[in-house]
Design a protein around this ligand. Structure first.
Ligand SMILES: Nc1ncnc2c1ncn2[C@@H]1O[C@H](COP(=O)(O)OP(=O)(O)O)[C@@H](O)[C@H]1O
Ligand SMILES: [Mg+2]
Length: 242
């Protein structure tokens, strides 16, 4: 099945348009498993790999900007964190910083994240080793991702800072293309239901792989659970007929 244009989803077109327009601060939110992190890492990243920071409740400022590390013989060196590396990437022009699961960051870590992702004009940071003030390169960009369903569930400080927020509500077409052809329609349909009935793209990836080894019935039980396996298998049969 070719994923038709209308099924691509407005959200992915919006992201492409926003990045093409040079918007460099974006939040992607919505159900898990649609390709937000993948897009944050790759979309509009022309040079060099993106820096990725996965937030947890325990995230520290040091994990964002950097920490002192012992290098032997009693000396310590400053090891830059992902935010500062992204500021300076590509020979100082700046690269992409991906802040994943940003809803989990809080307190000092969230404040530091907001400071590091402030506008190019405002963001400043003093290198603890050299004492020099640095600023992000002109091409520094930030994509934050979160699996919260509603943007209002994010801390207000964050909501105010990122003017462009896109709710991603369906898998990226390229992600669907990674599945065997017969699974693409059911995987798309499964991702669109409400939260309690939704089936994630990741589960279809696992099913696709597993069924080659142990057949569709057992793979469906293992991945989707006894209660939902037969519904998934029925959906596959219907899709095959059409
Ligand atoms: N554009 C894409 N091309 C290929 N694979 C993709 C694409 N987008 C997502 N995927 C795959 O789909 C799965 C879910 O994507 P991920 O970005 O982790 O989702 P989310 O961040 O929305 O939870 C991952 O295995 C990822 O590698
Ligand atoms: Mg993610």
């Amino acid at each position: 099945m070719i994923i038709e244009e209308r099924e691509m989803g407005q959200c992915w077109r919006d992201l492409a348009d926003v990045l093409a327009a040079g918007i460099d601060r974006v939040v992607l939110y919505g159900p898990p498993g649609t390709g937000k992190t993948y897009a944050a890492l790759h979309a509009g990243v022309a040079r060099g790999p993106a820096e990725r920071l996965v937030c947890t409740e325990d995230l520290t400022t040091g994990e964002i900007t950097g920490t002192w590390m012992p290098v032997g013989d009693g000396t310590w060196r400053w090891r830059e964190g992902p935010a500062i590396r992204a500021w300076a990437a590509n020979g100082g022009r700046g690269g992409r910083l991906v802040v994943d699961e940003v809803d989990r960051a809080s307190g000092d870590a969230l404040s530091t994240l907001l400071a590091m992702t402030d506008s190019l004009e405002s963001a400043r940071w003093r290198h603890p080793e050299t004492g020099e003030w640095t600023r992000p390169g002109p091409e520094f960009s930030v994509v934050m991702t979160t699996n919260v369903e509603e943007f209002d569930d994010l801390p207000s400080a964050l909501r105010d800072r990122f003017a462009v927020r896109l709710r991603v509500d369906r898998p990226h077409p390229d992600a669907l293309e990674c599945l065997s052809e017969d699974l693409r329609g059911p995987a798309l349909a499964g991702s669109l239901g409400d939260e309690s009935r939704r089936l994630s793209l990741r589960s279809f990836y696992a099913f696709d792989r597993l069924r080659r080894h142990c057949g569709a019935s057992r793979a469906a039980e293992l991945v989707f659970g006894d209660a939902r396996a037969s519904a998934v298998l029925d959906a596959l049969r219907v899709a095959a007929l059409s």
